[in-house]
Write a protein that binds this ligand. Structure first.
Ligand SMILES: Nc1nc(=O)c2c([nH]1)NC[C@@H]1CN(c3ccc(C(=O)N[C@@H](CCC(=O)O)C(=O)O)cc3)CN21
Ligand SMILES: CC(C)C(=O)C(=O)O
Ligand SMILES: [Mg+2]
Length: 272
């Protein structure tokens, strides 16, 4: 059993700040459905992200842009029914918060009311300042997300590392400070140089969770299906595969097919 498991009953946004001040790293993974969420919650994960990466992983879209608010609510409510201990953060999907702060708050309230999630994540800095403020004013905890923000992929053009140039690094630092000042409880930094991520983490009291941002930050997040090795194609440098589930599952499926064809399954004990 991990230290975190013993120390905290239910993870709250406050426990995360405490973990940072104690120097305990935060472990976060995505989940999009009941069965996976139950396993990762019982394993002792601190934070579950119902990511808009569901658009890629669950629905097979090329980007996160197509996923809808209704679909995010479906995934989040499935996750919520499984969890006992983890903090559940839900991504606000593309198009549900960018047009104006009132729409952002409406979308935020729908997710909180209809899914039972505990907090929301929005991509961006100063551009979405008013929306972040409104959501926070409604008593909804907000996690920021800077660096490679996949909802802006068509602005960037590629999924390469962000903020390598001084101007973009400077804006990122300013945005990080702004998000903390507004009252965000944590921040995700995606695909930025580790020295920059470390500097940001050290300049903030709220925890900084990295993905492709090195180990100088306060925690790590990965997409569950990536770390389980379910996909052979997605292979960025920052990914560590903890299982080769693709191979294991393929073997199981092939064996089942063979057994059915050979009338080996079901056997005497497996029928009535
Ligand atoms: N399965 C999955 N895992 C993720 O981590 C993830 C998603 N989907 N969907 C939403 C975003 C998109 N993310 C991404 C997407 C691509 C790279 C990436 O690094 N891709 C390639 C090419 C980069 C390049 O063009 O230089 C790589 O090999 O690094 C990283 C994060 C992270 N998120
Ligand atoms: C990669 C993480 C940070 C994310 O936003 C997602 O899974 O949607
Ligand atoms: Mg996301």
């Amino acid at each position: 059993m991990s230290a975190a498991k013993k120390e905290y009953k239910r993870i709250t946004v406050k426990s995360l700040t405490e973990m940072k001040s104690h120097g305990e790293k935060i472990a976060m993974l995505t989940a999009y459905d009941y069965t996976m969420a139950k396993i990762v919650d019982r394993a002792g994960i601190d934070v579950i992200l119902v990511g808009d990466s569901a658009s890629n992983v669950m629905a097979g879209h090329e980007t996160t842009l197509p996923i809808t608010l209704d679909q995010m609510i479906y995934h989040a409510s499935s996750v919520i029914r499984a969890i006992k201990r983890s903090l559940v953060v839900v991504d606000l999907p593309f198009g549900s918060y960018q047009s104006d702060p009132k729409e952002a708050l409406r979308s935020a309230i729908r997710i909180m009311k209809e899914s039972g999630g505990h907090a929301l994540k929005l991509e961006g800095g100063s551009e979405i300042k008013e929306s972040v403020k409104r959501i926070l004013n409604a008593g909804i905890p907000v996690m920021g997300h800077l660096g490679l923000t996949p909802q802006s992929i068509y602005k960037f053009g590629t999924y390469t590392v962000r903020a390598k140039e001084e101007a973009e690094a400077e804006k990122l630092k300013q945005d990080a400070l702004l998000l903390e000042k507004l009252g965000c409880f944590a921040l995700v930094l995606e695909k930025v140089p580790s020295a920059l991520a470390k500097e940001v983490a050290e300049s903030l009291t709220i925890p900084v969770i990295g993905i492709g941002a090195g180990n100088g930050v306060d925690g790590q997040v990965l997409v569950m299906h990536d770390m389980l090795g379910m996909s052979k194609e997605f292979s960025p440098r920052f990914l560590r595969r903890y299982l080769d589930l693709h191979t294991l599952m393929t073997g199981a499926f092939e064996q089942y097919i063979t057994d059915v064809k050979a009338v080996d399954f079901p056997n005497e004990e497996e029928q009535y």
